[in-house]
Design a binder for this molecule. Sequence first.
Ligand SMILES: [Zn+2]
Length: 482
Amino acid sequence: MAEYEVTIGLETHIQLNTITKAFCSCKADSWGDAPNTNICPVCSGLPGALPAANKAMVEKALILCLAMNADINMTSFFDRKNYLYADLPAGYQITQNDKPIGIGGYLDFQMDDGRPVRVRIDNLHMEEDAGKTRNEGDIRLIDMNRCGVPLVEMVTQPDMHSADEAATYLIKLRQLLRWLGISEANMEKAHLRCDANVSIRPKGQVKLGKKCEIKNINSIEAVRTAINYEIQRQIKEVEAGNEIEQWTIEWDNDALELRKMRSKETAADYRYFREPNLMPVVISEEFLQSVKEGMPELPLARQKRFETELGLPAYDASILTADRETSEFFEEAAKVYGEDNKRVSNWMMNEVLRIVNEKGIGVAELKITPSNLADIIRLVDKKTINTTTGKTLVDKVNDSGKDPAALVKELGLGLVSDDSIIREVCEKIVANSPKEKALYLGGKETLIGWFVGQVMREMRGKADPELAKTILESVLKAGEGN
Ligand SMILES: [Zn+2]
């Protein structure tokens, strides 16, 4: 590996989560629907049916362009890309060719070790999806439900140099799409699809090697595995003295193997021309301004602000900004608590996110609120409850949706703050443990921990351990010399 430099570019197709399709009023998300139940004359390509562009598609595409720092074409055009394929009923796909909505841009992100990476974008264009084909014996079946579903195709520059970087780019892109609320970005459901162009060249060589395109990669793990397989294959070819041929390769995730689909044709002739049935997409200054004003703070900016303004360690900031809801829950809880953000971060990561993981839900589905969490931490601070009880209280509040202080009362979880009750228990324990007492008084002071444990057990965790320790010390020493 040391002698080769790997170069990777990704083409992603992002399904926008609009209610209706790109150019007709059919439902856009037909996942799980029976084949061909979600089509009309427009999306099934009947002659004479007229398309009309969906404004929500343009708005969501624009949001993505802004988030990717792209230059916006205030006037862009739809074009026909002509090719014959069974799942393309009209014989052409409506896409954007020479004047797409977004040009250039980049995505900045950090690798797990904090190393910054910038991946530049060539362009972003809107287009419609094609249908799906399935072979059953000699029969080819076509489902047109996906025809006309709105997509943004985003092509990167060849800026990634390992499978790990490509996978991280996709993880960060998925995070961004969900954060912006413009796509479900679920790779398993084809909301986010990815083709990878991979090439290798000897270190020091300026000219890029011939690239192969891997298609049909449908999970982040598959991206990592398929690219690594392809890198190894190319290295083997080169070391055997063979030329790399420009292939299109299909990734079979079940067999874990790459399959040659076809030799890459050079610049296929798609006979692009302007779509005559659609108006140019004209974005007004007012519309652009209103979309800009609605943009949320983006994940990396929030992550850095959590570090610099809220004083969180880099690790915490990265976990707490993994999705927008988590970051907003944390920030609200920290605001209500009002001091020691790191303390709130610990409770958030250890307890709240534990529930999220155990239940397999999103933060938005939790019953516990940010202000409930702040209240629980305060109850621990004030020694109304101890830390262990605080942790179980997080679950109890989330299960019931009740107020933490009310639950402490209702379930009798509060610490016993009456010194005389704790003293009584301490005296009993000391009286029943003459051997330990003698050892303690003989200088084995670490035994105090054992005594505290006995008291906590006797009181079922409802004593303040610090207070119990102080009382125990006085009880033990009062008996000194007897
Ligand atoms: Zn339709």
